[in-house]
Design a protein around this ligand. Structure first.
Ligand code: SAM
Length: 281
């Protein structure tokens, strides 16, 4: 279905990207749309209320977050269909990127409401572009699981990807995550982008082995971890033991040996026959 946002009279939901630290990063267009809005739906009314009052506006706010996203999305839809101009924003950066918002978009589209984005800051892309790592192709993972076994499982699936990898992390989990990254992906080049756009903004460019030796006290605040992808030579010469481990991992997830071999073959580009042979040896 094709539908123009600004040249039709169709109802429209505005997704507004908000600052990730520095309030000056809110775009003039975002400010204008907020000023015109009849209702601001947001992740946290305290956080967005502060941003809006700093702009000098007073607006009705409702909270739409993970636990009530569907019910509140239906309310937002009603409001838009009754002719109100509604903005959705999360606490920081883009809505729907490791933040609520994607269900709201789906529900709005199901009700034939158009969706428009007012672009702005995003922590992952900001970290990537200044990391010094390859930006041609990248994979955004967001948060890894806080549970070690699950986190390692997620990382094993990424181990042979050649794209630069982007992770979000909370300061109290950073060391454990760095240890998992080093253990599963090996000693790769990486970059921690810390406190972006704020006074203490810092880029820590070193390899993962050096990172796990850092003083945890020096890793405070908000952080993105950007990790070099699997080098082509490595992904090309992935060894038999690693291949067998990958098959075992898929099997432990309840996948049959046949399907596990098929998946590992797709992942590693090693032939199914060869995997079958080494696996049954
Ligand atoms: N929606 C946001 C976006 O578009 O980037 C991401 C929100 S997510 C809940 C929060 C995570 O983003 C943090 O744990 C951190 O990994 C990253 N982050 C947010 N602000 C940051 C900043 N100023 N500097 C570095 N990382 C940041």
């Amino acid at each position: 279905m094709r539908s123009q946002n600004f040249l039709s009279n169709k109802p429209l939901l505005y997704l507004v990207a908000t600052p990730i630290g520095n309030l000056q990063d809110l775009s003039p267009r975002a400010k204008e749309i907020i000023e015109q809005a009849d209702l601001i739906a947001c992740e946290d009314t305290r956080v967005s209320g502060l941003l809006i009052s700093n702009l000098g506006f007073k607006k009705p706010l409702i909270s739409l977050r993970e636990h009530n996203e569907v019910s509140e999305a239906n309310y937002v839809v009603e409001q838009i269909l009754s002719g109100k101009k509604v903005v959705y924003m999360s606490d920081a950066g883009y809505p729907a990127i490791s933040d609520p918002g994607s269900k709201l978009v789906q529900i709005a589209l199901e009700h034939c409401i158009n969706v428009s984005v007012i672009p702005g800051p995003n922590a992952g892309l900001s970290a990537l572009v200044a990391s010094g790592l390859n930006t041609d192709h990248f994979y955004f993972h967001g948060f890894l699981s806080p549970k070690e076994s699950q986190r390692n499982e997620e990382l094993r699936k990424l181990a042979t990807r050649e794209e630069t990898l982007i992770f979000y992390e909370a300061p109290h989990r950073i060391m454990k995550t760095l240890e998992s990254l080093y253990e599963i992906l090996g000693n790769r080049r990486a970059c921690i982008a810390r406190e972006l756009t704020k006074k203490h903004e810092e880029y820590i460019r070193m390899n993962l082995e050096e990172m796990i030796a850092l003083d945890p006290e020096s890793l405070k605040g908000e952080m993105v971890i950007v990790v070099e992808g699997c080098l082509k030579e490595v992904s090309d010469s992935i060894d038999d033991k690693e291949i067998i481990n990958l098959v075992n991992n898929f099997e432990s997830m309840g996948i049959s040996t046949k399907d596990a071999i098929k998946k590992v073959s797709e992942l590693t580009k090693v032939s199914k026959n060869y995997i079958y042979k080494i696996y049954h040896n």
